[in-house]
Ligand binder design. Structure first.
Ligand code: SAH
Length: 254
């Protein structure tokens, strides 16, 4: 066989390989398209995606409380994020919710909720309603949740989402959460999901004896702090480093 025949054969072989490769890509794309549509049709509530996220991304990070894992398996996070991000709702990442704010990654929601040790807790206050996702997770675990949001359109949207999902045990209001909700105090637990640069005294004051406050404290990066109220006073534990949006004060909004 002369060299031009050999060149022709290798050219034909290359083409065959190329056609087979493109064909297999088309088949793969077709398969995944069909199976995704199928899975959405079979599972419009996206339960399988939530279960995958819990099993592969949340449990491996050390979250153990069965009530919290059950809540994350149940709350439809895709309803709390803008539709553009719906496909990303069941990955353990923070997502934008508009007005420069973000919904935390689910493992951080779970970690903060677990640190509150909610066994026996009846009333929990959240500062920073945002999308309402954290409120929903809390409402799956405790009888009454109180939540405050400073950005009115976010508060309205969250209230709508939570009502649509049937949560009746979440009381929401618009305002500066720095001051807490004195009319409803004391609380068994308080969770702050925006970062102040110091611990707000009104929140410590509104904590029941035996209660816990969790919050990020600092400017660009923050320490996630847990404050316990004992009969004698307060104790503090630093949990980890985190990054939250800043807690803004009401006067800055005016
Ligand atoms: N927990 C939310 C995410 C919170 S993002 C969720 O699950 O989606 C932080 C939120 O805190 C933002 O919506 C922001 O507007 C709000 N926020 C900032 N400062 C606040 C303040 N002083 N009082 C109440 N809410 C505040």
């Amino acid at each position: 066989m002369n060299s031009s025949a050999r060149a022709l054969i290798s050219l034909i072989t290359l083409w065959i390989i190329r056609i087979l490769f493109i064909h297999s890509l088309i088949v793969l794309a077709g398969c995944s398209g069909v199976s995704r549509e199928d899975s959405l049709l079979k599972d419009p509530a996206r339960q399988a995606e939530r279960d995958r996220m819990v099993d592969e991304e949340i449990i491996p990070q050390g979250i153990k409380d069965p009530k919290i894992l059950a809540a994350v398996r149940h709350v439809p996070r895709h309803k709390f994020v803008p539709s553009d991000y719906s496909d990303l709702a069941y990955y353990d990442i923070p997502l934008p919710i508009g007005h420069g704010q973000t919904i935390s990654q689910p493992s951080l929601v779970a970690l903060m909720t677990e640190a509150l040790a909610l066994e026996g807790a009846k009333r929990v206050l959240e500062i920073g309603t945002g999308s309402g996702y954290q409120s929903a997770v809390l409402a799956e675990i405790v009888p009454e949740v109180f939540t405050i949001e400073i950005v009115e359109p976010l508060a309205t949207k969250a209230a709508h989402t939570l009502a649509e999902l049937g949560y009746r045990n979440i009381h929401a209001r618009v305002g500066d959460g720095y001051r807490g909700w004195p009319e409803e105090a004391p609380f068994d637990a308080i969770i702050v999901t925006a970062a102040p640069d110091h611990v707000p005294q009104p929140l410590l004051d509104q904590l029941a004896v035996g209660g816990r406050l969790i919050l990020p404290v600092g400017r660009d990066y923050q320490t996630l702090e847990l404050h316990y109220r004992t009969a004698k006073g307060f104790e503090r534990k630093i949990i980890t480093l985190v990054r939250f949006v800043p807690l803004v004060r009401e006067r800055q909004q005016e």
